[in-house]
Design a protein around this ligand. Structure first.
Ligand SMILES: Cc1cc2nc3c(=O)[nH]c(=O)nc-3n(C[C@H](O)[C@H](O)[C@H](O)COP(=O)(O)OP(=O)(O)OC[C@H]3O[C@@H](n4cnc5c(N)ncnc54)[C@H](O)[C@@H]3O)c2cc1C
Length: 324
């Protein structure tokens, strides 16, 4: 039997999440280079129709069970462990998101298998799998080689473009049974939806985003004036929101909004993965930062190494002059 690479597909309120397609794109590459098959594993309840979207994989294992209806890591890890014991995949790629965060580590414990989180890449070289992982908000990178299988890899958003993992091809779908305990120790009690903001930033074409580099609440006015001159809206990173300089409805990133404006102007934002997750698909990213090594420059199309407090007023004036 050919070795298989698994990608665990995450769904959220009836939709397959983007990170699942990113994981499929990476899984496809690894499967092709290591001559393995790529299998998407779809745990859930009454969600078999979603399998049709997973044509990037050679086949889909659909594990349907009422206990898998909600994203509870304990039950999802138990189901995956049961299937992995039966089918012995070589590697299991699992999205690391707020809801699926615990699945990879729990699965590692259940299978007594090596597990890493926050992987941004995976390669198969000379018969060995090697994951590249980030630590400390992207400031440190590690390489982990797996000598035992299954290798369990918690995948951070952005490893590959999601579109690369989408395909119109219809995959072979197999329904598989899992036996789960009737009562899970952890249960989802309710969702709390964030309050709607006064503007819908996800629909804006121009966003001026402010990070801790803005240094004080008084300086927010500078960024606000630039946003106004450009005809855009103001948003920011989490520390700016935590300080109360912007409302939560304007936070971009993992625990805030995901946006895709035509222009994302990042002022004094370091580019931590949790922030990048929410803005990396913007059409044009321009970053201003005093630190030439800031990770935001890895995702920016244009980077300016400068003091935002000096640059922003000059930029506002130039925009106003151009607009007349
Ligand atoms: C579970 C979890 C969820 C999270 N969710 C989010 C989220 O949704 N959104 C989010 O943003 N973060 C989130 N974070 C926090 C994230 O890890 C980072 O801490 C945060 O994004 C850093 O914000 P920052 O870039 O503004 O600040 P810093 O990392 O402190 O960066 C400030 C940057 O400003 C630069 N700078 C300083 N002075 C100037 C100047 N005068 N001009 C220009 N540049 C200057 C510095 O060089 C530095 O690069 C989350 C963290 C966790 C653990």
């Amino acid at each position: 039997m050919a070795a298989s690479i698994w990608v665990v597909v995450e769904q959220w309120q009836g939709q397959i999440t983007d990170i699942s397609f990113e994981a499929l794109a990476l899984g496809r590459e690894v499967a092709d280079t290591s001559k393995a098959t790529l299998e998407a594993v779809l745990p859930g309840h009454q969600c078999a129709a979603l399998a049709e979207q997973l044509g990037c994989a050679d086949s889909v294992l659909c594990a349907d069970h009422p206990a898998l209806a909600e994203p509870v890591p304990e039950t999802h890890a138990a189901a995956l462990a049961e299937l992995a014991r039966q089918r012995q995949p070589r590697a299991i790629l699992i999205p690391v998101t707020n809801t699926a965060m615990g699945v990879s580590t729990l699965l590692g414990a259940l299978l007594d298998a090596p597990a890493v989180n926050f992987a941004i890449d995976l390669k198969a070289t000379d018969g060995t799998l090697e994951a590249r992982c980030v630590l400390y908000g992207g400031k440190v990178e590690t390489r982990v080689r797996f000598s035992k299988q299954p290798a369990i890899i918690g995948l951070w958003p952005g490893a590959r473009p999601a579109d690369q993992g989408r395909s119109d091809r219809k995959p072979a779908v197999e329904q598989v049974q899992v036996s789960l305990p009737s009562e899970a120790r952890v249960r989802l009690k309710r969702y709390i939806e964030p309050e709607a903001g006064e503007v819908d930033l996800t629909r804006e074409d121009i966003l001026v985003a402010v990070g801790r580099g803005i240094q004080s609440k008084d300086n927010m006015e500078l960024a606000e004036e630039l946003a106004r001159a450009l005809g855009g809206e103001l948003c920011g990173s989490r520390p700016v929101v935590d300080q109360g300089w912007l409302p939560l409805s304007r936070q971009i990133g993992k625990s805030g909004l995901t946006v895709k404006p035509k222009l994302y102007l990042a002022l004094g934002i370091s580019g931590a993965p949790e922030h990048v997750e929410g803005m990396k698909n913007s059409g044009l990213i321009v970053a201003v930062n005093t630190d030439p090594q800031a990770p935001i420059f890895n995702v920016a199309h244009y980077g300016v190494v400068a003091d935002a407090l000096e640059l922003v007023p000059a930029l506002t004036e130039a925009v106003r002059a151009r607009k007349g």
